[in-house]
Design a protein around this ligand. Structure first.
Ligand SMILES: Cc1cc2nc3c(=O)[nH]c(=O)nc-3n(C[C@H](O)[C@H](O)[C@H](O)COP(=O)(O)O)c2cc1C
Length: 182
């Protein structure tokens, strides 16, 4: 079983990326969408229906890579900051690229957020994903803010906090169960 992890920040040392890195030791295979140094969704061109209609050559390889990564995943986990009470532009852009192609249709999705203040963007993300016919099966926010702040910003620090470990394991377990339900 393969889970694709997507984060909505291009910032080096992103706390949302850290949360996703902490998922890997908890169980099943979790692959972050990136090259190890950068966030893969940051390579996508700005969504434009004309470019979409023009096909892969006009889009560069990034759109095809994004769609293939989603298609090859059994489930997706997303962690994203909120910007001005909205979903970050880079994440919304990435989602717009798969509205028409449909890689998220029926796909189990877990939303995990490190911050306790992201309620507006998190609710908006649920609305967007539901509109795209994805299955949002986990929606957690806030509980990781304290361990992230207390233990520093790396995944080992996060996993050293029992409550964070429990939350991440619980989220993955629900996601894996949802894949079984499909
Ligand atoms: C332009 C901008 C707008 C932001 N707006 C909000 C906001 O509306 N609500 C909020 O809770 N945090 C907001 N933040 C704070 C970020 O969500 C927070 O710093 C987050 O942890 C960054 O995630 P990252 O570490 O993955 O980059 C904003 C940050 C930036 C840079």
């Amino acid at each position: 079983m393969k889970i694709l992890a997507v984060w909505g920040s291009l910032r080096r040392g992103s706390s949302n990326e850290t949360v996703l890195r902490a998922l890997a030791p908890v169980g099943v295979e979790v692959v972050l969408f990136g090259d190890g140094a950068t966030n893969g969704i940051g390579q996508l061109p700005l969504f434009n229906p004309d470019v979409e209609a023009a096909g892969e050559e006009a889009q560069g390889g990034a759109v095809a890579a994004w769609r293939a990564a989603l298609a090859g995943a059994d489930a997706v986990v997303i962690s994203s900051p909120e910007y001005a009470h909205g979903v970050t532009g880079v994440l919304k852009n990435a989602l717009d690229w798969v509205v028409g192609s449909g890689e998220l249709v029926g796909k189990p999705v877990a939303l995990i957020n490190a911050s306790s203040r992201v309620t507006v963007a998190q609710a908006s993300l649920v609305e967007i994903l539901t509109t795209m016919d994805a299955r949002v099966v986990v929606d957690v926010a806030g509980t990781l803010a304290v361990p992230l702040a207390e233990k520093g910003s790396d995944e080992e620090g996060l996993l050293a906090a029992p409550e964070a470990r429990k939350l991440l394991a619980g989220a993955l377990e629900k996601l894996v169960e949802a894949v079984g339900d499909v």
